[in-house]
Design a protein around this ligand. Structure first.
Ligand code: NAD
Length: 363
């Protein structure tokens, strides 16, 4: 099987972590006689430096024409003073919109080997953490108009939050269908006590629930959800929510599982061409030091195999390899903790990647 993967290494730790994910994909390709070819795409700060914009159209076209896109991360202090339209993160928004990937799916799952890394109390962690946040990705306040005007001798900033019924319906369906593949529980998160867009959100979810009788739908206000995620995360199976709420809640959810460096994500629309990336940013504070954790990116590549290339077995094999390496006590700095039962070994980004590749090859 031949697959063409657009690769956006990006900025900061992006190149380091993506290189490890590519090594893992190559190990799978070699083992199963697949051909993965990689098409380099410049996006973010690196594209601003080269072309004066964060995602030139020809780079976006490469992504749209690929079988899927693997992304590291973009951004960094060097570009922080750029005007809004020229910020590296604008490239990310343009990419998501250009690829029409409206559904971002982030698993929040605790690895048993890393239970001690969770900031939550053991009795909460031991009840189990295993849910998915399905976040609307190309609508809402991030995609509304942003204006700053002068009014009564001061600046006034306005950000537009707009959702159409069809945008809510298509992400709602992903939420229900994801719940159908899991434990049949869907929690719709909004702020319907204040926002019109949330009241529309809630009404669409309830209309849809008539079509998904096997899924138990509950509603939760976003402020309550932020509390419940730390108080009793075991109650959740699938959370579906709008863009900004999902952005914030999914970072919170990632922290309770141990480290932001462990969590992958997929973004999908109506085609099989998806965008796969770890949930963290470009971590400029640790870039170039070979200490970043590549596992979130490696697991993103595993999600790509499962959700875009229909290679579930190979995807599971990568997850198993990660689990085995953790079982053997290897840890990157962000997931290093004390374990009374085992001596843990600190490894860097490239060594962690190599250990996972070796696991895949040896099995
Ligand atoms: P960040 O996620 O880059 O870093 C937050 C903290 O987590 C830092 O201490 C960092 O060292 C650590 N961290 C992140 N990934 C890690 C990994 N794989 N291994 C070990 N530690 C890791 O968030 P930030 O500092 O707020 O943002 C830095 C830059 O990244 C900003 O320019 C921001 O706009 C950008 N950003 C990009 C994306 C993206 O490309 N998808 C997402 C979020 C932030």
């Amino acid at each position: 099987m031949d697959k063409k993967i657009a690769v956006i290494r990006g900025d900061g730790i992006g190149p380091e972590i993506v290189n490890q994910a590519i090594n893992v994909l190559n190990a799978i390709a070699k083992k199963y006689n697949y051909t993965f070819t990689y098409d380099d795409v410049d996006m973010g700060g690196v594209a601003i430096d080269k072309y004066g914009e964060p995602l030139p159209q020809k780079m976006l076209d490469k992504c749209i024409k690929s079988d899927s896109v693997l992304l590291g991360a973009v951004g960094g202090p060097k570009w922080n003073s750029m005007p809004g339209e020229l910020r590296p993160e604008k490239g990310l928004l343009k990419l998501r919109a250009g690829m029409k990937v409206y559904s971002n799916n982030r698993p929040a799952k605790i690895w048993p080997q890393l239970a001690q890394s969770s900031p939550l109390k053991a009795d909460i962690v031991n009840k189990g953490i295993d849910f998915i946040i399905v976040r609307e990705l190309i609508g809402g306040i991030y995609f509304g108009t942003h204006t700053t005007i002068d009014e009564n001798n001061e600046k006034v900033a306005i950000d537009e939050l707009k959702y159409a019924e069809h945008e809510i319906e298509r992400i709602g369906r992903i939420g229900f269908e994801t719940a159908q593949k899991r434990n049949h529980k869907l929690c719709s998160v909004e702020k319907s006590n204040v926002l019109d867009s949330s009241r529309l959100w809630k009404s669409v979810m309830h209309r849809l629930s008539e079509e998904y009788k096997d899924v138990e739908l509950t509603d939760m206000l976003v402020d309550n959800c932020a509390m419940q995620i730390v108080k009793d995360p075991s109650q959740f199976d699938v959370i579906v929510t709008e863009n900004m709420f999902g952005d914030i809640l999914s970072d919170e959810a990632s922290m309770i599982t141990g480290s932001i460096g462990m969590i992958p994500s997929s973004s999908l629309g109506d085609s099989s061409c998806g965008l796969y990336e770890p949930i963290h940013g470009s971590a400029p504070d640790i870039a170039g030091k070979d200490i970043a954790n590549p596992i979130g990116t490696i697991l993103s590549a595993a999600m790509m195999l499962k959700y875009s290339f229909n290679m579930s077995k190979e995807s599971d094999e990568i997850e198993k390899a990660v689990s085995n390496v953790l079982d053997k006590g290897y840890r990157c700095k962000d997931i290093m903790s004390h374990d009374d039962n085992q001596e843990l070994k600190l490894v860097g980004c490239s060594e962690m990647g190599k250990l996972i590749v070796d696991e895949i090859i040896s099995k």
